[in-house]
Design a protein around this ligand. Structure first.
Ligand code: ATP
Length: 356
């Protein structure tokens, strides 16, 4: 991990009137650039060989400039060039996954959020320890594959958008699908409706839904469209499909905006609050956007199967605001909220509290 002192030194050297927000050209880049521009920042799009022409179709989401690298690993060697431009990196899920969490931790460029959260988020054991110690209910874990006695989901480590995951109902099913070369975990398959709830935690603001330190905001909710499982019902029951060699997969191909039953809101805010408070005790706290990925059962139980501690692609339907963020500020996206936090921190001499 790049020492915090090193980042603080770089932040001290920055021209605060000429900051640039940079991110990798994918995932949630359109709303990050749009939000940064609306808050008066210059924007820089990091590209690794991809075609950037598609930004011409979305001029307000296009970065002012592109920064071309041959590979994400090269980014570390070119960090000085980014520092010369007073760059603040806004990481998103793809950025961290493409760069690899280890290289991302070492990147010597000020980055929005606490990079120490990665350790707790990318290892499913630690993630479970964090969430359960916060009092969050998670899907039951099955330690021994031989003891699978109900439908389970077998997951591999790392954010892969569900790639390679499979459903098993017993041990023979498990043996059929497992790839032993990857670290895996087994969870009960929870039946219910999936919601991906987008929060924003600010340790430096004081007005709103107060936590011990700072405030928690509820910005939006989506549901992922996952191929091919979401359409499988059209072809009939899964056991029948397996006989035809068709197996369910969970590859995210889009996101659907959701509005929740209002009585769920206080419960979800409480869960967000507990997750933040526990993160402060465990590793100094996460900050900025995070997402609780959960399933609500027909008895209204909320089971959280995953946390993402940065901007998630599910916020993309809300580039011009959501029914919830509109009640904070009309038209507010998560991308813009990040830029606002940087402006607020800069104006109050608190940049070091939000950058690592
Ligand atoms: P990402 O990091 O992109 O969120 P991931 O690879 O870590 O993805 P998960 O988010 O844990 O994967 O799960 C992928 C999908 O599998 C979920 O979006 C959901 O549809 C389904 N899923 C995950 N856990 C469960 C569960 N316990 N019961 C039922 N479905 C689940």
């Amino acid at each position: 991990m790049v020492p915090k002192k090193r980042i603080d030194g770089i932040v001290d050297s920055y021209d605060k009137g000429d900051l640039t927000i940079a991110t990798a050209c994918s995932h949630t880049s359109l709303q990050i650039f749009d939000g940064a521009r609306k808050e008066g920042f210059k924007t820089l799009g990091i590209t690794v060989g991809q075609n950037t022409k598609f930004y011409d179709a979305f001029p307000r989401g296009k970065p002012d400039e592109f920064f071309k690298v041959d590979s994400y690993s090269e980014l570390g060697d070119r960090s000085e060039e980014l520092v010369e431009r007073n760059v603040i990196i806004v990481p998103h899920g793809s950025f961290v996954e493409y760069m690899s969490p280890r290289n991302f931790e070492k990147l010597e460029v000020p980055t929005f959020g606490n990079r120490r959260v990665l350790d707790w988020e990318s290892d499913r054991e630690k993630e479970r320890a964090w969430l359960t110690s916060a009092g969050i209910e998670m899907p039951k874990k099955i330690e021994d594959p031989k003891k699978i006695d109900r439908p389970v989901l077998v997951k591999y480590d790392g954010a892969k958008g569900g790639r390679g995951f499979f459903i098993a109902k017993d041990y023979p099913d498990f043996k059929l699908g497992i790839d032993h070369s990857q670290k895996f975990s087994i969870q009960e398959y929870v039946l219910g409706t999936r919601y991906y709830v987008h929060f924003f935690y600010s340790p430096i603001r004081q007005e709103g839904y107060r936590l011990r330190k700072g405030v928690l905001e509820f910005l939006s909710v989506d549901r992922r469209d996952e191929s091919n499982i979401d359409e499988m019902y059209k072809l009939g029951a899964q056991e029948e499909l397996k006989k035809l060699g068709i197996f369910p997969t969970f590859v995210v191909t889009g996101n659907i905006p959701i509005v929740l039953r209002e009585s769920l809101l206080p419960k979800l805010l409480e869960q967000g609050e507990k997750v933040v408070e526990t993160s402060i005790e465990l590793f100094g706290g996460m900050l900025g956007p995070f997402c609780l990925e959960c399933i609500v059962t027909d008895s209204m139980e909320i089971k959280v199967f995953e946390i993402s501690s940065r901007i998630v692609a599910g916020t993309n339907p809300f580039i011009s605001g959501s029914p919830y963020s509109d009640l904070i500020e009309p038209g507010l996206s998560t991308g813009r909220r990040i830029a606002q936090e940087i402006v607020y921190a800069k104006d109050n001499d608190q940049l070091k509290e939000v950058l690592t």
